[in-house]
Design a protein around this ligand. Structure first.
Ligand SMILES: *Cc1c(COP(=O)(O)O)cnc(C)c1O
Length: 351
């Protein structure tokens, strides 16, 4: 016999507030910055950790019509909210099973090698996207393969490439742009796409027909030009599980790395490294309650952190504190990338 669970879960002690207006406005800002190109949206990795079911309807309503995921397993979550033909699967087909799934679901595989091109053609062909590697040396056909006869009569919707260093003023950007232009001259495709979030900030030369922002949609600022145009979207919050009074000399958490210098009120908070609040925050970060800063004490545990409540004595068990998620600033403090801060958030947050 299966045990019977109550239909309704009790309220969570960890929640993720999504600013849907900021999300929509970020897409609109990136679409505008894309000039004559239109912006799509990278929604891989569960929309960068924010929840694809939460994010997709807002992006669709804002006007996004092209979506990028990495895995086939990410397709159902997207086509629940957007037409299948608007979805591109970046990893492409590794096997017959992948190609047949793409065809049945009606989504586009992004073909990344001559092997994938042949696999797609031999299994029946149809509309696809094609990735060219112009210098990142990750996925994509090499420049030496762009004249290959296997590419003839391929029904390519988006011909794309991916920038390696768009978040820096690197010479590689112009090199990749030139190679992409060259590839576009010899390959027939309906649309061209090169820029990710940072690439959009490189200017109109990089925009072509379709841009593929991810990070900046969700509040990330990969280049200074985007500061002021992009607003914070994700605001994680955690509840205080317990208050305790430390005496001078008491230590906190695993390995006792913090020792109280005086009597102090502390809070045990429902937030740990399993929730993307990784150990690298130890000794550096602080949670917030309004404008009050609540420094972390001791090591981050799997499900808990301990904070100093000196600056907010009124806080009680069950009260919420904010996890600082201004992404550029949180990245600076934690040493994590803005991408990691989002995609590691984990499954225990609720709306
Ligand atoms: C993840 C990804 C993007 C989005 O990049 P951001 O830097 O998050 O804007 C665009 N294109 C490809 C191919 C990607 O893998």
């Amino acid at each position: 016999m299966m045990p019977e669970y109550p239909a309704q879960l009790p309220p969570p002690s960890l929640r993720l507030r999504i600013d849907h207006r900021a999300l929509a406005e970020n897409w609109q800002a990136l679409n505008q910055l894309s000039g004559s190109a239109v912006a799509g949206a990278a929604v891989k990795a569960n929309a960068y950790g924010l929840g694809v079911a939460e994010v997709l309807p807002t992006l669709v309503q804002a006007g996004a019509r092209s979506f990028f995921v990495a895995h086939w397993s990410e397709v159902p979550g997207v086509i629940a909210h957007a037409p299948p033909q608007s979805v591109s699967v970046l990893h492409g087909p590794l096997s017959e099973a992948d190609a047949s799934f793409a065809r049945r679901a009606g989504v586009k595989p992004v073909l990344n090698s001559l092997r994938q091109v042949r696999l797609w053609r031999d299994s029946g062909g149809g509309i696809c996207d094609l990735m060219i590697d112009t210098g990142i040396n990750r996925l994509g056909l090499s420049m030496s393969e762009i004249g290959d006869p296997a590419l003839q009569n391929l029904e390519i919707d988006v011909l794309m490439s991916h920038l390696a260093s768009a978040d820096e003023d690197s010479d590689l950007n112009a090199v990749q742009l030139e190679r992409f232009r060259q590839a576009a001259q010899s390959i027939n495709a309906r649309r061209l796409s090169l820029a990710n979030s940072a690439g959009i900030a490189l200017g109109p030369d990089y925009a072509f027909d379709l841009t593929r922002p991810g990070l900046a949609l969700y509040g990330g600022v990969p280049r200074a030009e985007l500061a002021g145009r992009i607003a914070q979207v994700a605001a994680p919050q955690a509840a205080i599980l317990q208050r305790r009074l430390l005496q001078a000399g008491d230590s906190v958490g695993y390995n006792a790395v913090f020792t109280a210098p005086r009597q102090m009120e502390v809070g045990v908070v429902s937030l740990g490294y399993a929730d993307g609040f990784l150990r690298c925050w130890t000794g550096k970060g602080a949670l917030k309650s309004g404008s009050a800063s609540l420094p972390l004490l001791g090591k981050v545990s799997m499900d808990m952190v301990v904070i100093d409540l000196s600056a907010a004595q009124h806080l009680r068990e069950g009260d919420w504190v904010e996890i600082p998620y201004n992404l550029p600033e949180a990245a600076r403090i934690s040493g994590l990338s803005q991408y990691e801060l989002l995609t590691t958030l984990g499954p225990r947050y609720r709306a």
